[in-house]
Design a binder for this molecule. Sequence first.
Ligand SMILES: NC(=O)c1ccc[n+]([C@@H]2O[C@H](COP(=O)([O-])OP(=O)(O)OC[C@H]3O[C@@H](n4cnc5c(N)ncnc54)[C@H](O)[C@@H]3O)[C@@H](O)[C@H]2O)c1
Length: 253
Amino acid sequence: MIDLTGKVAVVFGLANKRSIAWAIAQKLSEAGARLAICYQSERLKQEAEALIPELRDAQIFQCDVAKDEEIDSVFAQLKATYGKLDIVVHSIGFAPNIKNTVLQTAREDFRVAHDISAYSLIALARAAEPLMSPGGSILTLSYYGSTKVFPNYNIMGVAKAALEATVRYLAADLGTKGIRVNAISAGPIKTLAARGISDFTQILNAVEQRGPLHRNVETVEVGNTAVFLSSDLASGITGEVTFVDCGYNITGI
Ligand SMILES: NC(=O)c1ccc[n+]([C@@H]2O[C@H](COP(=O)([O-])OP(=O)(O)OC[C@H]3O[C@@H](n4cnc5c(N)ncnc54)[C@H](O)[C@@H]3O)[C@@H](O)[C@H]2O)c1
């Protein structure tokens, strides 16, 4: 059993109980970490308030990562509340008009997809760094659409490629301070974000039919890997994209 007692973890990206962020928060909490959970806007506050009593000693904070002033404000609150951060989880993605093909993607939609889904990791890492010490871990969530073309994933695939490259550069930047930066590439999971992708069941079915384990991944499995990557057991791993996809990415035909 991994022991994260004494560690403070902040998890960004809780929308509801199906969110990958929620499974990660639950598993980090079970391992003994103190949890700060961030939700995007007033609209999602009630959901966060209803969920967090399940976690021991957790608190919620609001932060829209599109706004620098909200990032500054939330990290000031985190500093005042905890004084330090050991684990940062970025479980955020958004692409407007994701239904458009890459060829049809408007300049502004490209910008927003990359701002929310990739740049925000840089902004959060920069704000977190002064509160983190050697041994700290930053983790984000990616998808195989960064590398291979999936139907209807469109501009989000391009943004995930940027996110994965960002992980590698941040790992180099923060490695000098002993802070690790990694991504989990999760298999398809029915969440709020996934609802925006047309024919998502086609992707789920392909994993069941052709993936080595012939089933889809569960959020709890992503949560378990997040605990490992955030812990000292993963002290030699940084700049990596770890697949938690029931092996689908190794499949040719
Ligand atoms: N569900 C999947 O199949 C799957 C697979 C691989 C990777 N992922 C990635 O996992 C991450 C979490 O997604 P999820 O599937 O749990 O869906 P989700 O909808 O539960 O989570 C997405 C979160 O992003 C947040 N968000 C969007 N714009 C924001 C902003 N401006 N400021 C702050 N927060 C913002 C939303 O509020 C939401 O909480 C995303 O990066 C997603 O791309 C999902």
